[in-house]
Design a protein around this ligand. Structure first.
Ligand SMILES: [Zn+2]
Length: 538
């Protein structure tokens, strides 16, 4: 095969082609593109391979070749995966270029599965297989006994089907009850009886997931949960191309890219992974949570369901500081000693939290008949989307998930507020409260009502302007900014908020006399980037 054909595997696809193989359940038939140019028999396939029209290579070479093509074109490998461009993605690319089987180690909600699924885009658009073969045999060199017999009987007329790339990704979540029969296969006595076969005849085997993933990507999620003997089976496939079914050895040199995921602690725990399998996994790639608030906001904006319209109220506006607070809750949770770091805090926390924040804003807007704008106080209403997303350590258990979540939100608000109001004088507003003023609010109070109550507090509107509420802003946007200022001052303990949402003077008005930068409890600072707020507290 000329070298250049390997680099242009989509050539066949560009002409379109028949993708048949309707006997395979779950396989999508691409009926829209029918083209006689795509070989449909063994004879025509052989000729196409000989002249270089159809590439013929192992799956790992296929991935490598297509990746090289992608790199040469400068196209992104994993569109939609944010924050891994300089860390995880280059390592995955190196693993593919090295033709390695690899494992992705990471905590929950770090897009491990999505990374693996993204690999399918590196497969050829369609792959020629023996029509009807359970293990996607290469028509030019079939492995299974049935196909070998058919090649002998049918010769060049043997029908060839084209397997679309979407059907070439097989995924299995490992659990302790997964059996050898599930993964490798089993002897099917009914099949044996029907075919008049001996039980040890290869044709009496019902193939498991792995042989069915021949010439495909086989992904095993949570590898450490897979029983040792199945790990041995995987190792044997990787090493020798042999499998044993019910003690009956079968030579089956499968062509599979094995990719795994695991929690790093489970993976490194002694005895969870058999050493020879570990040894055969070419690359270990570690994922991570978003390193910056900016990346985290981008991920949440992409994943959360936010494109809604309230009746007659138009689209929902989410101020930047609300998005920052929502992300900061997750950053705070990941650094909090009351939360178990081994299970991690998934990015699904800010995603579901922001969805609930928006819903609360929607509800308020519908009741008040105003445009929906999310507020910082809506984050407290999103508690149900937060409490289930982390595992508590003992100390956290004592306090309860609700209390822990409220503390996290408070810390997040303090941190974000500290960034936005770095060096901004808030004393006028704080003094108003210290002189006995109170403001009754709630997370459902209408914007007009909140602004009317806030109007008498001197300096508050100026601070709201600093949070982005310009002079010509609509009342809901101004109300959201006022809410941010009040919650920020509460989080910094310069004022306080009672159980029934009344803002009043802080019990310990230590901040009153303080001048200069705003006080932030050092316990509350965020362990990463953030709006320039960090350097000040170090
Ligand atoms: Zn076959």
């Amino acid at each position: 095969m000329p070298a250049h054909t390997a680099l242009y595997p989509t050539r066949i696809v560009a002409r379109g082609g028949r993708i048949g193989n309707a006997t395979r359940p779950g396989h999508r038939a691409d009926s829209g593109k029918i083209d006689a140019m795509r070989p449909t028999s063994l004879g025509s396939l052989r000729r196409a391979v000989d002249v270089g029209d159809v590439p013929r290579r192992g799956v790992r070479d296929e991935l490598r070749d297509n990746l090289i093509e992608r790199l040469r074109a400068g196209d992104p490998l994993f569109p939609g995966i944010v924050g891994y461009d300089d860390s995880v993605v280059p390592q995955v690319m190196n693993a593919i270029l090295s033709r390695h089987c690899f494992i992705i180690l990471g905590l929950r909600g770090q897009a491990k599965t999505r990374l693996l699924r993204g690999l399918t885009s590196l497969l050829d658009e369609a792959l020629p297989v023996v029509d009807g073969c359970e293990i996607n045999d290469d028509p030019l060199a079939p492995l299974c006994a049935a196909c070998r017999t058919r090649v002998q009987a049918e010769g060049d007329d043997l029908p060839v089907a084209w397997l679309p790339r979407a059907a070439r990704y097989v995924e299995k979540l490992a659990t302790p009850d997964v059996t050898i029969a599930d993964v490798i296969g089993d002897i099917d006595p009914i099949r044996a009886a029907r075919g008049g076969l001996h039980l040890t005849d290869e044709r009496a085997i019902h193939y498991g997931l792995l042989p069915r993933a021949n010439r495909c990507i086989f992904a095993v999620n949570e590898l450490p949960d897979l029983a040792g003997k199945i790990q041995v089976g995987l190792f044997n496939i990787l090493q020798e191309g042999d499998i044993q079914i019910k003690g009956f050895p079968i030579r089956l040199p499968l062509d599979v890219l094995l990719a795994f995921t695991a929690n790093p602690e489970d993976y490194t725990a002694r005895g969870k992974i058999i050493t020879p399998l570990k040894d055969r996994i070419g690359s270990e790639i570690r994922t991570h949570y978003p390193r910056t608030r900016h990346d985290a906001i981008a991920i949440t904006a992409q994943e959360a369901w936010l494109e809604r319209t309230a009746d007659g109220a138009g689209p929902i506006m989410i101020p930047d500081y609300v998005r920052e607070v929502v992300e900061e809750v997750a950053f705070q949770a990941r650094a909090d000693k009351k939360i178990d770091p081994r299970s991690g805090v998934s990015q699904r926390l800010p995603i579901t939290c922001l969805e609930n924040v928006v819903s609360n804003a929607e509800r308020r807007a519908l009741a008040a008949g105003e445009g929906p704008v999310a507020r910082v106080t809506d984050v407290y209403a999103a508690l149900p989307a937060i409490t289930g997303k982390f595992e508590l350590e003992y100390e956290g258990e004592l306090r309860g998930a609700d209390t822990v979540a409220r503390t996290l939100i408070g810390a997040a608000v303090a941190n974000v507020f500290g960034g936005w109001f770095d060096g901004i004088d808030t004393r006028t507003v704080v003094e108003w409260f210290d002189l006995g003023g109170t403001l009754q609010a709630s997370d459902t109070v209408s914007s007009d009502a909140l602004l009317a109550a806030a109007a008498e507090i001197q300096g508050l509107r100026e601070l709201a302007a600093h949070a982005g509420a310009k002079a010509d802003a609509e009342p809901p946007a101004v109300a959201a900014a006022v809410d941010f200022v009040l919650e920020g001052l509460c989080a910094q303990r310069k004022i306080s908020r009672s159980e029934d949402w009344s803002y009043e003077a802080s019990e310990e008005p230590r901040a009153r006399a303080r001048s200069g930068p705003p006080y932030v409890d050092p316990e509350l600072q965020m362990p990463g980037a953030g709006r320039g707020g960090k350097k000040q507290y170090n």
